[in-house]
Design a protein around this ligand. Structure first.
Ligand code: COA
Ligand code: ZN
Length: 298
């Protein structure tokens, strides 16, 4: 039997750097993108075309995409919040975008400055425009387990939002536990709700933050239930600048170490990833939470 494959979506250049205090020069970002491709990444979320006032760390998105030497076989999706972001992304020549909404009301108002339902309507319209331009589209749903202000999120509500995006033309839905509130039990309930809503597991990705150290267990649970797309960030950098209690993302090299051990193929070289984390820690001037990089470099 062919070896089972898990697609890792590397989000450090976007989800990682948007939350870093230190502003990273465009040249360093380009080097990061190169190093990630060298390590075997085939999907790298490169940046976001959001308001530069809201996220100054990624204000160089247009320049970055113009200077990026895209590798054949590597997809470089970018985040877009609205039609304006989509226009900028199209002008930059991207072929894949990601829209984002929150399953909770409070975080929608903080992150998108709109009610949850208004934000969903805006994002659905962006999906339609993006599909009309033949772009691949991912839809992020955040706070899928709980919101720090609103409390637990109803899994059926999350599935309902995902179903609307898939029906609207999105190719994939990424389920974000933005504050890392979930445990294996929550992940099971969440995926069961998607199964009940008849959403094919092939269309789902998981995006877990490691705030309480549950990231790997949650990924393993999702994989056991058939999920084959996992979002991670080298070194575990990142999170949302708009969410309190958003710990770092789950570290790519930690997940790849686990998947290697399980005999699941990612196409990634864990040692090259670890070396990239060590390099990134120097650029950011801080130690990064990922474990495998520390173990592999000592
Ligand atoms: N790119 C560049 N500028 C943008 C933009 C985009 N995609 N979207 C909005 N803007 C600018 C507008 O041009 C306007 O600028 P001005 O004040 O100079 O005229 C300003 O931002 C406000 O525009 P408005 O349409 O009123 O947006 P808003 O204030 O309601 O902001 C968002 C809503 C979501 C667009 C904005 O807050 C944003 O980009 N947030 C980033 C969220 C994010 O990235 N979170 C982390 C990811 S999880
Ligand atoms: Zn994240």
């Amino acid at each position: 039997m062919a070896q089972q494959r898990v697609q890792i979506v590397e989000v450090s250049p976007r989800d990682g750097l948007q939350a870093e205090e230190r502003n990273v020069p465009t040249a360093t970002k380009l080097e990061l993108l190169d190093r990630l491709a060298d390590a075997g990444h085939t999907v790298i979320e490169a940046t976001s075309f959001v308001s530069p006032t809201a996220v100054p760390q990624l204000a160089d998105a247009d320049d970055l995409m113009a200077r990026l030497k895209r590798r054949p076989g590597v997809r470089y999706p970018v985040l877009v919040p609205n039609e304006k972001g989509l226009e900028r992304a199209v002008a930059a020549g991207v072929d894949e975008v990601a829209v984002f909404v929150s399953a909770s009301e409070s975080y929608s108002r903080k992150n998108l400055r709109r009610s949850r339902d208004d934000a969903i309507a805006t994002a659905l319209a962006v999906v339609v425009s993006a599909k009309a331009r033949r772009l691949r589209v991912r839809a992020y749903v955040s706070m899928v387990i709980a919101d720090p202000d609103d409390g637990p999120t109803d899994p059926a509500e999350v599935a309902n939002i995902g179903a609307r995006f898939l029906a609207g033309g999105a190719d994939e839905v990424s389920l974000g536990d933005t504050i890392g509130a979930g445990t294996a039990r929550h992940v099971r309930a969440l995926l069961a709700a998607h199964r009940d809503a008849k959403i094919p597991v092939e269309r789902l990705a998981v995006h877990f933050h490691d705030t309480y150290g549950q990231g790997l267990a949650n990924v393993l649970t999702a994989i056991d239930l058939g999920v084959r797309v996992v979002d991670t960030s080298i070194g575990g950098i990142g999170g949302s600048p708009f969410a309190k209690r958003a710990g770092g993302n789950l570290a790519t090299e930690d997940v790849v170490w686990m998947l290697d051990g399980m005999g699941l193929a990612t196409g990634l070289d864990v040692r090259k990833l670890a070396a990239t984390t060590t390099w990134m820690a120097e650029q950011l001037g801080r130690e990064l939470p990922g474990r495998a990089a520390r173990a592999l470099s000592s």
